[in-house]
Design a protein around this ligand. Structure first.
Ligand SMILES: [Fe+2]
Ligand SMILES: [Fe+2]
Length: 361
């Protein structure tokens, strides 16, 4: 007797199929093929600064930001991975935001973790977080952690630009949560602390008489030490990076890399969901490797290429690019370059799922 085709065995009656469809159900054998597809389809891609800049200029000339309701008063261009349709990666969102002279991006807070990485800044461009004004000078990184009020105030006479980096796709898509969000009753939150206050709580010298109780702010619970409001000034980060390059051996895959640590713990990751490193590349091409975590890069300075699978992403200053999970990649700087590396690796590590290897030659 001839073997029956398995496909035929799986045939369902029209009635059953309709019943499933009506209830938004699909049998396992059909969805099996889709597992991991969103993930696997993510493409290596690059967004050139000149294109981002042109897009922002377009938004600026078309959209009267000041006339919009508070939650929308942000001039942002968002790199979109074509396979995903809503963000650069499946876990990490990156946007490029500008604030014109005299403008304020109104105060709000939300469940998603965020940070700002300054592209074009100055000491009178400030991100106000939890009552303190943090100056945003070039290449400074300022955390705006989960459920902390934050607004951006440009008291200078120059347009400022920075990267917004959030764990929104992870929260919204993967965990299927709402981004719990609240607008402040004031456009600018009151400045209640002097500059340097948060550094006095989490810098090299700290209050001797009290300890963080580790509680999570807002309507959230968890067992990770929350990330405090904090500014990582570039001068110190660059100095540490150059000390490493002067004295240490580079990592074969990432060059000389320096982690932005959670100031509350002194360790990576900066946020439970995202990790950040400044990477100095100056020793020719790195060794190829691959891993299941995604990597998003911003070019702090220099030029070169990152080879991802068969593609060469050729980058120069302020470009943004993405290395999808499981793609073999290596960096090839043209002389010296510094990258900001952003990854969702902490999510994998939290569940003992992180995997990394070199390709077998
Ligand atoms: Fe925000
Ligand atoms: Fe990598």
């Amino acid at each position: 007797m001839a073997q029956q085709d398995p496909e035929e065995l799986l045939e369902m009656s029209t009635e059953t199929r309709e019943l499933l469809e009506e209830n938004n159900l699909r049998p396992l054998w059909e969805v099996e093929d889709d597992f991991g597809n969103t993930f696997g389809d993510m493409e290596p891609d690059i967004w050139k600064w000149e294109d981002i800049q042109a897009s922002i200029d377009g938004i600026e000339s078309d959209v009267p930001i000041a006339d919009l309701p508070p939650g929308f008063q942000r001039r942002v261009a968002v790199p979109i991975n074509t396979a995903l349709g809503n963000a650069i990666s499946n876990t990490i969102y990156v946007g490029v935001q500008t604030v014109s002279p005299g403008e304020t991006a109104p105060s709000h807070r939300h469940g998603a973790n965020a940070l700002r990485y300054t592209i074009n800044g100055n000491e009178d461009m400030k991100t106000v977080v939890a009552g303190e004004e943090f100056p945003m000078e070039d290449n400074d990184l300022v955390t705006t952690p989960q459920w902390e009020w934050h607004d951006h105030v440009n008291d200078s006479d120059e347009t400022a630009a920075w990267l917004d980096v959030l764990d929104l796709p992870l929260v919204l898509d993967s965990l299927n949560r709402k981004n719990v969000f609240e607008n402040h009753e004031l456009e600018r939150q009151p400045v209640t602390k002097t500059q340097g206050y948060w550094d006095s709580q989490y810098g090299r010298g700290r209050p001797a008489d009290e300890k963080s109780d580790g509680s999570i702010p807002g309507p959230f619970e968890g067992n990770r030490e929350p990330t405090p409001p904090y500014r990582f000034g570039w001068d110190e980060m660059e100095e540490s990076l150059r000390q490493r390059a002067e004295n240490d051996d580079p990592d074969p895959h990432d060059g000389y890399s320096l982690a932005y640590v959670n100031p509350a713990t002194g360790q990576e990751p900066l946020f439970p969901t995202m990790s950040f490193r400044a990477q100095l590349l100056n020793e020719g091409p790195t060794d190829p490797h691959f891993h299941n975590a995604v990597e998003v890069y911003f070019v702090i300075e220099g030029e070169g290429a990152t080879h991802v699978g068969d593609e060469a992403l050729e980058w120069s200053q302020w470009d943004i690019f993405v290395v999808p999970p499981d793609e073999i990649h290596h960096h090839e700087p043209d002389g010296e370059a510094i990258l900001l590396g952003m990854t969702d690796r902490p999510v994998f590590e939290a569940f003992n799922f992180y995997a990394e290897a070199e390709p077998s030659s």
